[in-house]
Design a protein around this ligand. Structure first.
Ligand code: TYM
Length: 329
């Protein structure tokens, strides 16, 4: 059976980008594949969170993962730092990763822009740790949004390099996937770019209706089309891009026609978008509230998932160590 691995950084809360980029169709995925889902707490250390915030971030993401539909009886759910084999593989893969290629990574260039005071080696080798996460379970498929495409390509490069250097076929080449459809990029509603935690423009699964309405009504728009069938500016395309994942095709067609004949009222468009987002997020938010209170359940889920993930990682590392030439006396 093919192996699926999915990861989310443990910073803040899950937003619509995370949900539609990586988590949608959980139910199908956990029935069809052997799934490992984890919370990337080591990755979140690049920004030096305070110890208390660090742990609450992990707990929040865990509750939100479960509320979004993960079934711990079907998938292994764990925290990255509880599987030390990941760190060991990270060290080994670092020997195969070149400074030049890491410096050329789009996400590295983007992350260091404007924060020259903390360009640490963890940021530079971020894709190597990600490759270790994936390869330690010999995953075939990795559900991600479009922003992670290059990281997946690098994971394939490291897998190939390892296999070739040590003349082995331990690692399959992992593919980014979004359940048979193109990878998506959910934009922010601030006029450009993607929705993200660091971008400060997230609509979160945990947001209540009032907050969602407020955020959506603040979305950047222009003064409206004046020519029939004119090209939409990016800010309006962004509103439609979110509609595409939360609204019905009829709703989208209705507002597209209104845009094309210049009779659109952005207030109506936003109100509809906010309602459609709430329809998707309300049941998830209610489940988050219950699950996050249940420490016993969270502990059970993590203990089970960690044992399963460690077994998988351990068996990979036995082969990896042998291939590299580690021997006991
Ligand atoms: P993170 O926490 O930034 O995002 C988690 C997942 O959400 C997707 N995503 C988006 N998809 C579409 N539109 C958006 N606006 C958007 N924002 C986020 C991301 O593509 C990702 O799938 N490096 C990873 C965490 C990670 C990981 C891994 C993922 C660590 N190791 C191994 C997969 C496999 C990250 O920063 O995700």
């Amino acid at each position: 059976m093919e192996i699926v691995l999915s990861g989310i950084r443990s910073t803040g809360h899950l937003h619509l980008g995370n949900y539609y980029g990586a988590l949608r169709n959980f139910t199908r995925m956990q029935d069809e594949y052997r799934c490992y889902f984890f919370i990337a707490d080591l990755h979140s250390l690049t920004t030096h969170p305070k110890p208390d915030d660090f742990h609450s971030g992990v707990k929040a993401i865990l509750s939100e993962y479960l509320a979004a539909g993960l079934d711990p009886e079907k998938v292994s759910l764990f925290v990255q730092s509880s599987v030390p084999e990941v760190s060991e593989l990270y060290v080994l893969l670092n020997m195969l990763a070149y400074k030049g290629e890491l410096e050329r990574t789009a996400s590295f260039k983007e992350k260091i822009r404007g924060r020259e005071e903390n360009v640490n080696a963890g940021l530079l080798t971020y894709p190597v740790l990600m490759a270790a996460d994936i390869l330690v379970h010999r995953a075939h498929k990795v559900p991600v949004g479009k922003d992670q495409e290059q990281h997946l390509e690098m994971s394939r490069v490291f897998a190939r390099r390892f296999n070739s250097l040590y003349d082995t076929n331990i690692f399959p080449e992992p593919q980014a996937f979004n359940f048979g459809t193109d990878l998506v990029k959910i934009p922010g509603l601030d006029g450009s770019g993607k929705m993200g935690k660091s971008e400060g423009n997230g609509i979160f699964l945990i947001d209540d209706e009032k907050t969602i309405h407020k955020k959506v009504m603040r979305a950047v728009t222009d003064s409206g089309p004046t020519q029939p069938n004119s090209i939409m500016p990016e800010s309006i395309q962004n509103i439609f891009a979110i509609m595409k994942v939360v609204s019905t095709p009829d709703t989208i067609a209705y507002f597209t026609d209104k845009y094309n004949d210049c009779s659109i009222r952005y207030g109506d468009l936003k109100k509809q978008l906010a309602e459609d987002i709430c329809k998707q997020t309300n049941p998830i938010r209610e489940r988050i509230e219950t699950i996050s209170q249940d420490d016993g359940y969270l502990r059970y889920v993590i203990e089970k998932g960690t044992t399963e993930a460690r077994n998988s990682a351990h068996s990979t590392m036995l082969e990896v160590r042998k291939a590299v030439g580690f021997k006991s006396f």
